[in-house]
Design a binder for this molecule. Structure first.
Ligand code: HEM
Length: 342
């Protein structure tokens, strides 16, 4: 999958991005600025205001599919992290694949982000969560940008679509939103979940047996190969093909992704998920995820899980990326509401 360079992000005009956003009929992903301070409960309110309230369901990434399988780590990863994830033994996984946004009726060909969330059940009851997107970068360096994007992309009651002037103002005032929007514009949506790579987006710390810290990012690369919907397929794709595709594919044979870990070098951004690292960073295979089965989410195991990315076991730790730290309370508000039937 092609990752636009920092230069191409700068050269892109906001108008092109707005066109892509509007073509989707709703904003693809979200973004923000580092000026005002917004609270997690306020962002969940904004999600509800933009997408409506769908009782008992996630306020973001509402449309999704449950899956299950296992993860087996490599000795190479065990040299950088003492996590039981990399012991070499199979770790059971509950997974959820999803589309970004709070619209349960979003077409599967929408030009927005896709998610892969994993709950890895380590020996002794410890949990490791990994909650990723199919974009290498995020659309906000700070929660305020994410909130402002949601506000700007709220459908105008007159047209049922976001107001182009509001989107234009948003991008003009929030340059940190540009890199993810450029990626989504330049790359078509994945042909299937199993044809998509998924990225940590944030930087994390791997902590080795001697307690030394290593800055890492990772991506899960599909064995089935990366494939995007062509321009023609974008127009003719059925409304809901992703779930049926994953269920059918997993029923035939296990679906796999390799976890590729990239090691940061001094100077690489670690607290800003809108900035990509150079592709040339040393990288290695840290494990393989195998999905053995997939099912609709209603009543399935993933439905009631909060895939909070700060649920971590020994050997992996968060950085101080403000978006990463903000996600945990935001997910908790959404989770508490949906569990209580709101
Ligand atoms: C300010 C930033 C963000 C906010 C406020 C936010 C908010 C949320 C909320 C409220 C949910 C639903 C939680 C639930 O009810 O269980 C959610 C789900 C999700 N988010 Fe975020 N998010 C943010 C950033 C990100 C980033 C950076 C990523 C990926 C790197 C991401 C990936 C996902 C995924 C994959 C899900 C679906 C998880 C599942 O399947 O249950 N989000 N987000």
């Amino acid at each position: 999958m092609k990752l636009p360079s920092a230069t191409s992000f700068k050269q892109r005009t906001p108008q092109l991005l707005f066109a892509a956003l509007l073509a989707a009929g709703a904003a693809p992903s979200f973004a923000a600025d580092a000026v005002a301070e917004v609270r997690a409960d306020q962002v969940v309110d904004t999600l509800e205001s933009t997408f409506g309230v769908h009782a008992g369901q996630r306020r973001n990434h509402i449309k999704g599919t449950c899956a299950a399988g296992e993860f087996v780590g490599t000795p190479a990863a065990a040299t950088l992290s003492s996590s039981a994830l990399f012991s070499g033994k199979a770790v059971p996984v509950v997974a959820r694949f999803s589309l970004a946004g709070g619209n349960p009726n979003l077409p599967d060909a929408a030009r927005n982000a896709r998610g892969m969330a994993l709950e890895l059940r380590l020996p002794g009851g410890a949990l490791q969560h990994i909650t990723m997107l199919n974009t290498p970068v995020f659309g906000a360096a700070h929660p305020d940008t994410f909130n402002a994007m949601l506000v700007a992309s709220k459908p105008d009651p007159a047209t049922g679509k976001p107001n182009p002037d509001k989107l234009k103002d948003f991008f003009a005032s929030h340059p940190d939103a540009m890199s993810q929007a450029a990626f989504l514009q330049e790359n078509g949506p994945p042909a299937q979940y199993y044809n998509s790579a998924f990225y940590s987006v944030h930087t994390f710390k791997f902590i080795d047996a001697k307690k030394a810290e290593h800055m890492v990012r990772w991506r899960f690369v599909p064995h089935d190969g990366e494939q995007q919907l062509s321009a023609a397929a974008l127009k003719t794709a059925p409304h809901d093909f992703l779930e049926a595709g994953l269920i059918a594919r997993a029923a035939k044979a296990p679906v796999q992704w390799d976890m590729i870990v990239y090691e940061g070098e001094p100077g690489d951004p670690v607290d800003n998920a809108t900035l990509a690292w150079p592709e040339a960073r040393r990288h290695f295979k840290a494990g393989t995820l195998t999905i053995a089965q997939a099912t609709p989410q209603a009543g399935a195991e993933c439905e009631k899980i909060n895939f909070d990315p700060l649920v971590m076991a020994d050997g992996i730790a968060p950085t101080s990326d403000p978006i990463l730290l903000f996600r945990s309370p935001a997910y908790a508000f959404s989770f508490a509401k949906r569990l209580s039937g709101q």
